[in-house]
Design a protein around this ligand. Structure first.
Ligand SMILES: Cc1cc2nc3c(=O)[nH]c(=O)nc-3n(C[C@H](O)[C@H](O)[C@H](O)COP(=O)(O)OP(=O)(O)OC[C@H]3O[C@@H](n4cnc5c(N)ncnc54)[C@H](O)[C@@H]3O)c2cc1C
Length: 406
């Protein structure tokens, strides 16, 4: 590789956030020299290729947050993009089901958030309407969210890549970025393939967001805590138990917890997940342990503060991860007819969740702009749904860099 290759912008990380950002910049600024550097042999190999494929509607998130705004706006954009690119998706809707009286206040709070966030068409329904929507689900009240959808985000990411390349962008795979050094006329990215020079850098490192940002000169105010979500699937003969998406009333602090039923765009019904702390950032199995990753997180005060606060939740999740029967009991609260024999183990995904020193999980998207570098420090769910809005927001932040040829 030519060490003198100079780009206007180098995006680090070929997940859906980096790809969306790169594509938006390349299409907005024809002639700008933009590279995307990805450490794996292909893009979309981590969170983007291991998620549930839900186009979220934006009901869980705190009104006024970036997540709320970008999920609502981003889900509409996502569906329009899929239509334009001929990517299969389904605006199938979902139900969030209260099975106990004491869940009704939290369900009402979700209805309030949905209204505050401008999510279209959300309605509270009783058991009869729930039975029309999901004949095998049971509950005393449910929120129907008609705008939720499903898609394969790997296909979306590949489409972003294609559009980026068509607009003149360059994707370099197997190009792990190790360090970024300031030079008089820009930045030098040291990669495993050699040096790449660029005037500006945008880091979108997902599970390595903190490390990539640190390599690019930031003292990140957070550390990434990896949480593995483990899934089962309904055997094909039992797929009739779920028409679309059936969710429990989740704790807004952990909207990704609470076992649910999710129809995938390929027809499979995914159930789960558990969310257990992963002792390796890309650890997709219990036996995947990285001593370095583990020592790093154990040495972080925020990890211990989080554990002190949420150990009960964590233990429950570990229990359900280890004991299928416990997971089945949770599922039966929503769909009583499901049994352990109906479930086969499916894949797992690892979520990147930023954690601050106080042990607080950072809920919102977190993006920091410096003179020559933009760092994406936290892009948790629904960042796939919101990827077009996130990419547009980062491209706005970087507009001066290319427009002025700076
Ligand atoms: C189990 C699970 C279920 C989810 N379900 C949903 C859902 O239904 N809907 C939804 O909207 N969101 C969902 N999400 C969240 C969503 O998938 C993520 O928010 C999104 O994919 C984040 O994209 P990203 O580009 O930031 O990260 P990633 O996809 O992880 O990409 C980061 C990239 O950076 C690369 N990289 C890291 N370090 C370097 C380096 N040093 N040099 C070069 N490259 C590097 C990695 O290899 C990787 O390709 C889910 C996530 C998980 C894990």
């Amino acid at each position: 590789m030519n060490a003198d290759t100079a780009f206007d912008i180098a995006v680090v990380g070929g997940g859906i956030v980096g790809l969306s950002t790169a594509r938006t910049l390349a299409e907005r600024h024809p002639g700008a020299r933009i590279a995307l550097l990805e450490k794996e042999a292909d893009v979309a190999q981590h969170q983007t290729g291991h998620n549930s494929g839900v186009i979220h509607s934006g009901i869980y998130y705190r009104p006024g947050s970036l997540r709320a705004r970008m999920a609502v706006e981003g889900s509409a954009r996502m569906m329009a993009f899929c239509e334009e690119q001929d990517i299969p998706f389904d605006r199938c809707g979902k139900v969030i089901v209260a099975t106990r009286e004491d869940q009704l206040p939290a369900l009402a709070e979700l209805e309030r958030r949905a209204a505050a966030n401008g999510v279209p068409g959300v309605r509270m329904v009783g058991p009869e309407e729930l039975a029309d929507l999901e004949p095998h689900a049971t509950g005393i009240q449910a929120l129907h969210v008609p705008s939720a959808g499903i898609v394969n985000y790997s296909l979306v990411a590949q489409a972003y890549r294609q559009r980026f390349e068509q607009a003149g962008g360059e994707v370099r795979t197997n190009a792990k970025v190790i360090a970024v050094a300031e030079e008089p006329r820009g930045l030098r990215l040291e990669t495993v393939q050699g040096d790449v020079r660029s005037k500006h850098v945008i880091t979108c490192g997902g599970l390595f967001a903190d490390r990539v940002s640190a390599a690019a000169g930031l003292k990140p105010p957070v550390k990434i805590a990896p949480f593995r979500g483990e899934y089962y699937e309904l055997v094909p003969e039992k797929r009739y138990l779920t028409r679309n998406l059936i969710y429990p009333v989740a704790n807004p602090a952990f909207p990704f917890l609470g076992v649910h039923f999710t129809r995938r765009i390929n027809g499979a019904i995914e159930v789960g997940p558990n969310a257990v702390f992963a002792f390796k950032r890309q650890g997709y199995r219990w036996r995947d342990v990285s001593v370095g990753d583990t020592l790093e997180i154990l040495g972080y005060a925020g990890f211990w503060r989080m554990s002190a606060r949420y150990w009960r939740t964590g233990l429950g999740e570990m229990y359900r991860s280890l004991y299928k029967r416990a997971m089945v009991r949770e599922l039966q609260k929503l769909v009583p007819a499901v049994t352990g024999a109906d479930l086969v183990r499916a894949g797992a995904g690892v979520r990147a969740q930023a954690l601050d020193r106080q042990g607080k999980l950072i809920e919102d998207f977190h993006i920091v702009r410096e003179a020559r570098v933009i760092h994406v420090l936290n892009a948790p769910s629904p960042a796939a749904t919101a990827s077009l809005s996130i990419g547009a927001a980062i491209a706005d932040m970087a507009a001066g860099w290319v427009a002025a040829g700076a």
